[in-house]
Design a protein around this ligand. Structure first.
Ligand code: FES
Ligand code: FES
Length: 907
């Protein structure tokens, strides 16, 4: 058939049943994305004869003889301009973070008439964004400008500098993991996944699969390296248990890999999977973590020895924390009031719009893997270990990653792709479906948290006891780290001298949990901050006041029950007092906000959260910056860009140090071939740790430039670089000399950071809600968050991180839940059943910043990517309790649950 795409005629023969999305990508139009392939997310939006359609549910043959417009061709529809007006608006408002949803968003928005633009919640309901919370997208459509003009050398820092990749993002030229023309001989890999929660694989008969046309290879447990590893990626690999194999002879959750089929096409690989004959010996499974800890429970990793570093395989314990400070027994004895309750948080998914994927190939004998990873260097290290390869024979890289939120701090695809590449010698591609993302990729750890607080009548805390049971699922990736982190800062923010923590990360036969925005804190903060609210009510104290009487101050150190984790912490700046005041005032200002009608009950709630700005145990980053011909600086960093905004921040840091424009900084990143090492972009380290390396590299280059400039000035003006003031004052002259220097020889500065000391950041969230007692529905009337981000490098971008984090947490508080049935199966592995917030679901969060400058972070900045997520759930639950008088201690606060709680209370 013939179709006209943008300015190009294509002759194509779609396969039976092929959708327009895959056909367009096969024709090279990579601006057409996949988020779900089921019509739910809008990432695949194109215009068909000028009308937006979801191309994943549009049969390819329907495009015959019609005009298809993808994001790459949108500009041409507006005439001779380089960009369509809507693309310009998205740039001006920076209506994106990772940008994976952006082509679809722009195309849908560009098709709206004036009337449709007045009701964006309805008009944009078919397009989902997981990063932004839709605020910046709404601003883009409304024509609001957030970016500031590039008008001078001294303006780099603290201004709304646009993302360097913006033009590529809004035009579809930005390249994500699988946006690459097929390599010659490319093979496709598909995974057969377990239907059983716990079973031993007795045999895999591959005969029928190998006989199918196009099938080249079948990988079964007998092909797997024997070596055990963890899918979690940490600088110190000993943080996680070695409990995983590439393909294991035992399956421990429904959805675990059983075998892989490698074929000439995805369809052939899928047919190969269906043809595999697997015999299982089904074992008794355990799904509840409390039951899994009891004697006699099925042992998920009972076959593992001490070398796996599992805390206690005989009780399914991957990790345990039992520690005290002060004298908790005496502290509770001295209390005049004790509050005690249990709180539960559910399993939620990252749901980044880009699913996991990788392409691997051999490049002159070097195993090369392009993947959707937050940690290319650590993934290379793991591949080297697994396949006994030296580092110079493995390269891992990513371009732009379509959202991460911690979910891509794992090795979920690279290992099996590498095995297939090494076995076939040919390029191999694997892309998770959305269903695989839900059933085979990690989620947030569900936790049960029991909190006991003792206090004096004036609110002074005398003792805190926390008991945390964390369900790590079938594998222990991130289980220990999430447990320790969750048990630490949630109570470390309070000065109470007597604390006890008991925490257990427990194996069950469920889909593994892993790193998730907040890294355990969102769950424990929900419990602790809900309990603090209950204590405040019992004491008839204002919840802000109760916090003020107990939080650590500017001179205080975080005080957990396990202080060994806090030896390198320095309170580089303190803004918690400001954050409390900002949110308190904002809620007071909005006191007149009205509910939909008088039958709704209205209330306010707040919660706070503290986070240490860098993970413990070492986090390393290197940076290199070179002055190149034309006065352009080339900055090379290891950290990845997945919507966290680090690319912009690095350009601003380098420009601020070098006294140049951010647009003069060209960034290369996230490729193991470019630098020695970088731990990776997680724990909000992209700005703080990698930013420090960039700052130091830029300072080193500046010193060299100053030397060069001084020499020049000595000749020209009889000044000398030893008389630094004369040179420092000559900023313009420095830039001129830099240009001269660039034409003479490449000048280079290098820098590194070990991620220590570590500072502390704070977030305070406030909500005003209305609750409908007849249905349990919650409406957010006002959402405000104050953030102590240190010196804010890019207010527009930082505000976006806070709004996006709040939005994601609102979803996790009100309705998101990955549900698992009695047989261990995920029952809602699709966006239409696992509800992530759409446009209509979210309020616009007001974002306020404390005015602080951090002594530790680069140029005074602190981290602010994951922490905004942490106080949201408790603040919402506290607001609901304020509105209704009824406390909900279990998430999510779905209408049916709230309704039942209200009904029970009112009986
Ligand atoms: S990929 Fe088509 S709607 Fe999600
Ligand atoms: S910017 Fe929308 S999904 Fe990332």
């Amino acid at each position: 058939m013939r179709l006209h795409v943008n300015d190009t005629d294509h002759d194509a023969v779609p396969r039976p049943g092929q959708c327009l999305r895959t056909l367009l990508r096969e024709l090279g139009w990579f601006g057409v994305k996949k988020g779900c392939d089921s019509g739910d997310c809008g990432a695949c939006t194109v215009w068909l004869d000028g009308q937006p359609v979801h191309s994943c549910v549009t049969p390819a043959f329907r495009a015959e003889g019609r005009a298809v417009t993808t994001i790459e061709g949108l500009a041409a529809t507006a005439g001779a301009d380089a960009l369509h007006p809507m693309q310009r608006r998205f740039l001006a408002a920076q209506g994106f973070q990772c940008g994976f949803c952006t082509p679809g968003m722009v195309l849908t928005a560009a098709s709206l008439d004036q009337a449709q633009r007045r009701d964006l919640a309805a008009s944009m309901k078919g397009n989902l964004c997981r990063c932004t919370g839709y605020g910046a997208i709404g601003d883009a459509i409304d024509g609001i400008v957030h970016t500031e003009p590039d008008d001078g050398i001294a303006s780099a820092f603290g201004r709304n500098v646009p993302a360097p990749a913006g033009p590529a993002v809004v035009t579809g030229r930005a390249r994500y993991t699988l946006d690459a023309a097929p390599l010659p001989g490319l093979l496709h890999l598909k995974l057969l996944r377990s239907p059983h929660a716990f079973a031993r694989i007795v045999s895999v008969d591959v005969t029928a699969a190998l006989a199918l046309p196009g099938v080249q290879l079948v990988l079964t447990p007998s092909d797997s390296p024997a070596r055990l590893f963890s899918t979690a990626r940490h600088e110190n690999p000993l943080e996680d248990p070695d409990d995983t194999r590439v393909l294991d002879g035992v399956v421990r959750f429904v959805g675990q890999r059983v075998a892989a089929v490698v074929a000439d096409s995805e369809a052939a690989a899928e047919a190969g999977c269906r043809a595999l004959q697997v015999e299982y010996e089904v074992l008794q499974a355990v799904f509840d973590p409390e039951a899994a800890m009891r004697p006699g429970a099925p042992l998920v990793h009972g076959d593992k020895g001490p070398a796996s570093r599992i805390h206690d395989p005989s009780h399914n314990l991957v990790a345990a924390v039992e520690s005290s400070s002060g004298d908790p027994v005496a502290g509770f004895a001295a209390a005049e009031i004790v509050h005690e309750a249990s709180y539960t948080t559910q399993r939620v998914q990252h749901a980044s719009l880009e699913t996991h994927g990788a392409i691997g190939w051999l490049d002159q004998g070097c195993l090369t893997v392009r993947s959707s990873t937050q940690t290319p260097f650590l993934t290379r290290r793991a591949l080297c270990d697994l396949f006994d390869l030296p580092p110079e024979r493995v390269r891992v890289l990513c371009e732009r990653v379509g959202g991460g939120f911690g979910g891509k701090q794992e090795m979920l695809v690279e290992d099996i792709v590498a095995l297939a590449v090494l076995r076939t010698g040919r390029p191999v591609r694997l892309e998770f479906t959305r269903e695989e993302q839900f059933i085979g990729a990690p989620s947030r750890h569900p936790m049960r948290v029991a909190v006991k607080l003792g206090a004096k009548r004036d609110g002074t805390l005398t003792a805190i006891h926390l008991r945390v049971v964390s369900n790590t699922g079938a594998y222990g990736n991130h289980g220990p780290g999430v447990l320790h982190h969750g048990c630490s800062e949630s109570i470390g923010v309070y000065r109470c001298p007597n604390k006890r923590v008991e925490g257990y990360a427990v194996y069950t036969n469920t889909v593994p949990a892993g790193a998730f925005r907040g890294y355990g804190l969102s769950q424990t903060v929900f419990a602790v901050e809900s309990a603090m609210d209950e204590l405040a009510r019992a004491l008839r104290l204002d919840p802000f006041e109760l916090r003020r009487r107990n939080v650590i101050g500017p001179d205080g150190a975080p005080h957990s029950a396990d202080d060994t984790a806090h030896t390198d912490i320095e309170m580089g700046s303190y803004g918690l007092d400001q954050c409390l005041k900002l949110v308190e005032s904002a809620l007071r200002r909005g006191a007149g906000t009205k509910p939909p009608d008088p039958s709704w009950q209205v209330g306010d709630g707040m919660a706070l959260a503290m986070i240490i700005t860098t993970p413990p145990g070492g986090h390393f980053a290197q940076a290199r910056i070179a002055l190149c011909a034309g006065g352009i600086y080339e900055l090379t960093v290891g950290t990845a860009e997945f919507g966290n905004g680090t690319t912009t921040v690095h350009a601003q840091i380098a420009a601020a140090v070098l006294g140049t424009r951010p647009t003069a900084i060209r960034i290369r990143q996230s490729d193991t071939a470019l630098l020695g090492h970088d731990t990776g972009a997680y724990g909000s380290t992209g700005s703080v740790v990698a930013g420090q390396a960039t700052e130091r590299a830029a300072l080193a280059l500046r010193d060299r430039l100053l030397d060069r400039a001084a020499i020049q000035l000595c000749v020209d003006r009889a000044a000398c670089h030893l008389h630094g003031a004369a040179v420092q004052a000559g900023t313009a002259r420095l830039a001129l000399d830099a240009l001269h220097a660039a034409s003479e020889a490449e000048l280079v500065g290098t820098g590194s950071s070990a991620g220590t000391p570590r500072s502390i950041a704070f977030n305070v969230q406030g909500f005003r809600v209305a609750v409908q007692p007849g249905t349990g529905e919650i409406r957010i009337l006002h959402s405000v968050q104050a953030a102590d981000a240190g010196r804010v490098i890019n207010p527009m971008q930082c505000r976006g991180q806070v709004q996006g984090g709040t939005a994601q947490a609102i979803g996790a508080t009100l309705y998101e839940e990955l549900r698992i049935d009695a047989a261990g199966r995920v029952v809602n592995p699709a966006f239409r059943h696992y509800h992530i917030p759409a446009w209509a679901d979210l309020p616009r969060t007001e974002v306020l910043f404390a005015d602080t400058t951090d002594r530790v972070g680069p140029l005074g900045a602190k981290s602010m990517s994951e922490s905004p997520y942490n106080p949201v759930a408790a603040a919402l639950a506290n607001a609901v309790a304020d509105a209704t008088g009824v406390r909900c201690r279990d998430l999510p606060l779905a209408p049916d649950r709230v309704f039942r709680a209200l009904a029970a209370h009112n009986v």
